[in-house]
Structures are given as C-alpha cells and as structure tokens.
Design a protein. Structure first.
Lengths: 116, 115
C-alpha cells in the first residue's frame, strides 16, 4: 500500500487569500492526481501532475486558480488561489500503485477547506 | 455529464444481512472499475476492483459484479457489519495503463448498518 501524507488536514481561510496543500508519498510515483469533493457531491479530478512537466487540467479548472507544483517524484502541492466561499471543499491527492492483487488508487486523508 | 452514476444516495441495511450497492456508467471506454469506502474526515480507501474481462470478483465479504452489456456494476457486502457504515463510491477508468489514467467517480451511496 502507499502511504500518503497530506497537510493541512483542515483550514479556515478568508476570501481572497490562497492556501497551499502539500502531498508527500512514501515512494516514487509517476503521476499524482488532485481531486475536489464539494459538499454532497462526487470526487472530481482537478488535474494530473507529472514530474518535470506542467500539470494537465480537467475541464473547468485552470492553472491560474489551481497552480500545481511537482518538484520530484514523491511530492506535490496544490494551491487554491484567490479563494471564494465556492472553493469550500475537501481536496484530496491520489496516486495509483499495484497492490497485492489489483492496481489501486490510494488517497491522502484530505484537506477540508472552509472559505469565509 | 455524469458518466458514473449511483442513483441511491443512501441505503439502510440490518446487521448480518446483505448490502447491495449499485452503480451505472455511460462511457463504453471504461474498462476498470473500483469501489471505495469513505469515512468522515478520511480519504477514500480501496475496497475491491474488477476488470472488464471479468464479470465477478470476490474478496472476503465483498463481491463486485459487472454487467458490461447493461453498463452496470454492483457491490455486495455479506454479512453486513456496523463498521461497514460509510459512504461508498464507485469509480471507473479507461485505457490500457491504469497507472496513468484518471478515475471518474460516482456521487456516492451512504450505507448505514442497523445493529
């Protein structure tokens, strides 16, 4: 299994400010995925981060709002910029790895963000 | 456009009975399916997966069934236990290299096991 350390676990932020979420994996991975789960909704992929290149963003998400860094194969950050209350969500990082029997996606514990 | 759908937002089952959670998908390119369980304040944890070359996969109390023609999968938990109370997400992936493919998630079903 993969151990993913994500921080902060939660934060309350003022609108207009930015928050950077960090994700550390216990071993090297090619891709890291950033998801958002808005209240009562599904997990939605924000972007895929590949080390050494720019992140690939899904429809509806842009780099200016959600800049991502991937400085090495075990670490990534997601910044939520110029926050508004609509950005209040749980943000999750994820990696894919071969488990004992299956290929699995592992998740960090999530960052619960509240924007006031 | 919701490509993976879980039409039941909640389900209550008596302890010891079978829990059946359902999931439908629309994208015929999906060929790998996973179920996740999520407790509050935690990230999703992997339960079981199935490839499109199979129609059934079993792991202990958990069995996933896949009906490709109907684009439908289900998760069976038997016997259900109080610790199974959580939100369950199905997820789907397409492409030949799951390691680099994104997951598309359903909206989740909140399962409550009644002691």
């Amino acid at each position: 299994s993969a151990v993913i350390s994500q921080k902060p676990s939660r934060d309350i932020c003022q609108r207009g400010t930015s928050l950077t979420i960090q994700c550390q994996v216990d071993s090297q991975v090619t891709m890291m995925f950033w998801y958002r789960q808005q209240p009562g909704q599904s997990l939605t992929l924000i972007a895929t981060a590949n080390q050494g290149s720019e992140a690939t963003y899904e429809s509806g998400f842009v780099i200016d709002k959600f800049p991502i860094s991937r400085p090495n194969l075990t670490f990534s950050t997601l910044t939520v910029s110029n926050m508004s209350p609509e950005d209040s969500s749980i943000y999750l990082c994820s990696v894919h790895r071969q488990g004992a029997l299956n290929t699995e996606a592992f998740f960090g514990q999530g960052t619960r963000l509240t924007v006031v | 456009d919701q490509q993976v759908k879980q039409n039941s937002p909640s389900l209550s089952v008596q302890e010891g009975r079978i829990s059946i959670l359902n999931c439908d998908y629309t994208n015929s390119m999906f060929d790998y399916f996973l179920w996740y369980k999520k407790y509050p304040a935690e990230g999703p944890t992997f339960l079981i997966s199935i490839s499109s070359i199979k129609d059934k996969n079993e792991d202990g109390r958990f069995t996933v069934f896949l009906n490709k023609s109907a684009k439908h999968l289900s998760l069976h938990i038997v016997p259900s236990q109080p610790g199974d109370s959580a939100v369950y997400f199905c997820a789907a992936s397409g492409g030949s290299n799951f390691g680099n493919e994104k997951l598309t998630f359903g909206t989740g079903t909140r399962l409550t096991i009644i002691p």
